[in-house]
Structures are given as C-alpha cells and as structure tokens.
Design a binder for this molecule. Structure first.
Ligand SMILES: C[S@@+](CC[C@H](N)C(=O)[O-])C[C@H]1O[C@@H](n2cnc3c(N)ncnc32)[C@H](O)[C@@H]1O
Length: 317
C-alpha cells in the first residue's frame, strides 16, 4: 500500500501560514479591525518572499550584498597597488585556516602526522636566513625592483612535502625568479641530501638561486619539453609550474613519466584551472588530490597544489 504523505513538517507549516495570511487578508480587505497591523507585514513579507515579484523586490538587498563584496575587493586591490611591487607570479600569505588545511593536505599526501607537517611549514616561515637571502639578492638585482619580501603561499606545502619524503632528485619546470627553487633547495639542505633541477625558458630566470642554495641546484634554460628529456637521474618529486596551458602540462607530464621513480610524487601548479594532472593520475594508476590557496590581503584568488601519488604511498620518515 502506498504510504500517506507526511501531513506535518515544513509543507504543512507553509500551508498553515498561507491559510492564516489569506484569512487575515480577507479580514483586512473587509476593514475588519481584528486583522491588525501584525498580519499585514506578515502578508507583505510572505508576498515579498514567495510572490511572483520576489525576484525584483529583493533586488535592493541583492545589490547591497554584491556591492559590499565588490567594495571589499576594491579596498584590497587599492591597498595592494600601493604596498606591492609585483606584476606577475604574485606572491601572498595564506589565511590562517588555509595554512591549517595545507598542513592536513601535506599529511595526507605524505603519510606523516599533521603535527610534523605543521612543524615543517613553520620551519620555512621561521627561516630567517632564507628570508634575508631573498631580500639581499632582490635589493641588488634589476628584477628585484618588482619583487616583494618573501611570502611563500603554496610553497609552504612544496617545502613540507620535500622535507617529508626526502627526495634524492626534485625537478621543477618553471623557475621564474627562483623563489620556489630556493624553497626546495632550503628543504634539501635541511634534509642533508638531494638535488634540484629547475628549468625555465627565460634566460633571465633563476636569479635568486645563489650561495648555498645554488650548491644543490642545477638551472637549465630552454623549453621544458626539450630539457626534461635531457634529465638523466631518476626523479622522486616533480613540479609542473611552467606554461599554464593544458596542452603544455600534458606534454610535460608525458615527457617526465619515464624519469619518475615508482614512488614519485607529482605536483602541479595548474590543477586549479586544468584537469590534466587528475587525468594523468587516473591513466597511470595514481591517486589525485588538490589543495586550493586562499590568499590573505590580495585580490588574486590564488592557485593551489595538485598532487598525483602512487597508491598507498608513505613518507620515508
Ligand atoms: C609561474 S612561473 C614559475 C614560478 C616558480 N616556480 C616560483 O615558485 O616562483 C612560470 C615560469 O614558467 C616559464 N615557462 C613558460 N613556458 C615555459 C616552457 N615552455 N618551458 C620552460 N619554462 C617555461 C616562464 O618563463 C615562467 O618563468
């Protein structure tokens, strides 16, 4: 036998409200003093919320909401225009809750405790030597005029993953100034083992890679698809952070694949806009996961970290 529809609940409440409003409306239209003022506002509210004109009647509230949002974005943008010098590859800090999410992401990707992941991220944030190195090199390099002080954002995750899995060889495609490169290099130096190969098509790239950070880093200039083929050492950690087009990312992953060790972790800075890494992960029997950046005090919406992992991978310890 078919069940009776539930006679109570929100539907019934709405029917009751409507019935009460209809009665009140009838009394009001008859000039019934019992209708009172309490019923008319309720009637208007009901009409406003559920009636055919509700879409337009709510317009002032909708305008207020979106104007508030846009005013906040404009204020942030104006502050950024005054305080920042960057015009590309924007850097920023992450919202505190986003940093906590990143720690859990690192723990999930590498299999380490979240406390250890937090510790690695703190280690980078408190690395005064690295911050001073970046400030010093920027102060003396022509491109330093359009650089801000060290703000690592998603690179906190790159650092913590490098500390956790202790790779022998890291490859980064897309060097730019070399901010990610010195972050990777700092992690390798703390590990006491491992080297970085970083690749960029721009001959002016990598100016931050100096001093002790250069000791563990090899900079290759040229198209990443060509340069990746020339990589000879097996790769334990790969980062795609070069041209943010699906076609280039796909080609880079294909070129890198024969060089990866079975437990290699593959990261992408394009996973917020491209499905190439999850598609590649599925094709090659890996897991995929993604962390989305939430920048603080910046108009840019941020990027993120896409990660493709061998199933059941655990950190080296
Ligand atoms: C987003 S930046 C890299 C940022 C860097 N990883 C960091 O952490 O700051 C992208 C870089 O990719 C480089 N690039 C673009 N197309 C490339 C290609 N086909 N081969 C190699 N590098 C490329 C650009 O010159 C640019 O410096």
């Amino acid at each position: 036998m078919a069940e009776e529809p539930d006679a109570g609940g929100p539907v019934r409440a709405a029917q009751d409200e409507t019935a009460g409003l209809s009665a009140g409306m009838a009394r009001h239209s008859r000039g019934d003093p019992a209708s009172g003022l309490q019923t008319l506002p309720a009637l208007l509210r009901h009409r406003f919320t559920y009636g055919p004109l509700s879409r337009w009647a709510s317009l002032p509230m909708r305008i207020r909401s979106v104007a508030g949002h846009n005013a906040r974005t404009l204020r942030t943008s104006a502050r950024w225009l005054v305080s920042s010098r960057e015009y590309t590859n924007y850097t920023h800090d992450l919202e505190p809750l986003n940093v906590e999410h990143l720690a859990w992401f690192v723990a999930d990707v590498t299999g380490i405790d979240v406390a250890a992941a937090r510790g690695y991220m703190r280690e980078l944030s408190e690395d005064d030597d690295l911050a001073r190195h970046i400030a010093r090199v920027n102060a003396h390099h022509p491109r330093g005029a359009t650089a801000d002080s060290a703000r690592y954002g998603k690179r906190l995750g790159w650092y913590a993953i490098t500390r956790a899995i202790r790779p022998t060889h890291v490859v980064e495609c897309g060097t730019d100034r070399g901010l990610g490169s010195v972050v990777f290099a700092a992690a390798l130096l703390r590990n006491g083992t491992g080297t970085l190969t970083t690749i960029d098509i721009n001959p002016m790239a990598g100016y931050l890679i100096r001093g002790r950070y250069a000791d563990v880093t090899r900079l290759l200039i040229g198209d990443s698809l060509e340069q990746v083929r020339a990589v000879t050492d097996p790769v334990d950690l790969f980062l795609h952070d070069s041209a943010r087009t699906g076609a280039h990312e796909r080609a880079e992953l294909a070129a890198m694949e024969p060089h990866l060790t079975p437990s290699a972790v593959v990261l992408s800075n394009s996973a917020d806009i491209s499905p190439e890494l999850p598609h590649w992960a599925e094709r090659t029997g890996r897991r995929f996961t993604f962390f989305a950046e939430r920048p603080v005090g910046h108009w840019h919406r941020g990027c993120g970290i896409g990660a493709a992992l061998p199933p059941g991978m655990r950190a080296a310890g």
